[in-house]
Design a protein. Structure first.
Length: 130
């Protein structure tokens, strides 16, 4: 698949849990439909131009090949649709967007604890908000 036809998944390259999660998604993405882009990179800044710079590290973001931008829990449904066998999960996310957003927020707030449990480096530039 050409780079232009891929959706960009923007992640915090300084966050070990974020990198661990990205690795799992990329392993699932056998069709190479997702391209990782660090939020902190020049390309990340360009793709996230509509988002205030101080808010970019608040969550992950998905920029589809058509240019549509999704952030936090709202990115889960379109991301799942890109992954092999992900359509049922995407339908679940779409049916319960509020639950998806809250679940994303819960994981994001507790990524340091989850990283310890998973034994991954949780070093992040931004600490979770209280």
């Amino acid at each position: 698949m050409s780079r232009a036809a891929q959706s960009a998944l923007l992640y915090d390259e300084a966050c070990g849990f974020c990198r661990w999660s990205l690795d799992k998604i990329l392993a699932w993405d056998r069709g190479k439909r997702v391209r990782p882009v660090a939020i902190q990179s020049g390309e990340g800044s360009r793709l996230l131009a509509p988002i205030a710079p101080d808010a970019r590290l608040d969550s992950w973001h998905l920029v589809r090949d058509d240019g549509r931008l999704f952030s936090a829990g709202a990115a889960a449904e379109p991301l799942a649709r890109l992954l092999p066998g992900g359509r049922p999960l995407a339908a679940l996310f779409a049916a319960f967007p509020g639950v998806t957003e809250r679940a994303y927020g819960l994981v994001a707030r507790h990524r340091f604890l989850l990283a310890r449990l998973l034994r991954v480096d949780a070093n992040c530039q931004v600490r979770p908000r209280a």
